[in-house]
Design a protein around this ligand. Structure first.
Ligand code: NDP
Length: 246
């Protein structure tokens, strides 16, 4: 039998990039997956259709992660569709480049709302509808550990916030056997950080393994943490970054 057979998963931000790879992998491993998007309706529908076409269960829900009520509604819609949750993955994230002298405060507010506040909001609502032994996985960043270029101070702050949040939430939810972990990718080839983008060559120089990660590699790690073998890992921030932070 598949490792996540009968499990119910909710993924925040699953229409593109790392999130879409996670949605597909969890579904392939047997989970019913509800996931959110904000702008990419067509691509979200395509991800869901790809899963249902081969007999899997998936639904795409429009919910802006910056809107707490929308996130709470989306979690409840997932529960109504598939039953109580076993897995939550908080993947939605935004990165606006801007130096300390230049970054607009609305960009700071947006990064904190999507990268930090939504992670707490979704985790709180999910925890209220989660089976014992569940899994909560945040997608942080290696930039919580190392920021070897300019213009990323607030993004790094937002991802560093998840390190502490993960430890505290692990304490809160541990008595129910729910684990909480923070996966910290290095450069991964997506629209946020394309392998042929302006910074790609510079970033490759900073890694022990001089290439970009693939979204499937991140999804594979998330699937392991979501699975039955990973019940003793909690409160941890775990790098999967080609040695970027080494
Ligand atoms: P992409 O920009 O390629 O995709 C982002 C995904 O998040 C999309 O599905 C998008 O939905 C969704 N999303 C963004 N904002 C919102 C919102 N307000 N409400 C709901 N959904 C939203 O990013 P990546 O796949 O590259 O990144 C995924 C995560 O991994 C992020 O948290 C990022 O910070 C982190 N990360 C990425 C790295 C990289 O090098 N790529 C490195 C380290 C961490 P929609 O399509 O509707 O816009």
């Amino acid at each position: 039998t598949l490792s996540l057979q009968g499990k119910v998963a909710f993924v925040q931000g699953g229409s593109r990039g790392i999130g879409a790879a996670i949605v597909k992998r969890l579904a392939r491993d047997g989970a019913a997956v509800a996931f959110t998007y904000v702008a990419s309706a067509d691509r979200a529908d395509a991800v869901a259709s790809e899963i249902t076409a081969v007999g899997g269960k998936a639904i795409a829900i429009k919910a802006d992660s910056a809107d707490a009520a929308a996130v709470q509604r989306a979690v409840r819609q997932a529960v109504n569709s598939f039953g109580n949750l076993d897995i939550l993955v908080n993947n939605a994230g935004v990165f606006t480049l801007g130096s300390t002298e230049e970054l607009a405060l609305e960009d700071l507010d947006r990064m904190l709302a999507v990268n930090v506040r939504s992670v707490f909001v979704a985790s709180q609502e999910a925890a209220r509808h989660m089976n014992d032994g569940g899994r909560i996985i945040h997608i942080g960043s290696t930039n919580a550990e190392r920021v070897p270029f300019g213009g990323a101070a607030v993004y790094a702050m937002s991802k560093s916030a998840l390190v502490g949040l993960t430890k505290g939430m692990a304490r809160d939810l541990g008595p129910r056997g729910i684990t909480v972990n923070n996966v910290q990718p290095g450069p991964v080839d997506t629209e946020m950080n394309p392998d042929d983008g302006d910074f790609a060559e510079q970033l490759k120089q900073l890694m022990a393994i001089g290439r970009y990660g693939k979204d499937e590699e991140i999804a594979s790690f998330v699937a392991y943490l979501a699975g039955p073998q990973a019940g003793y890992i909690t409160g941890a921030s775990l790098s999967i970054d080609g040695g970027f932070s080494a």
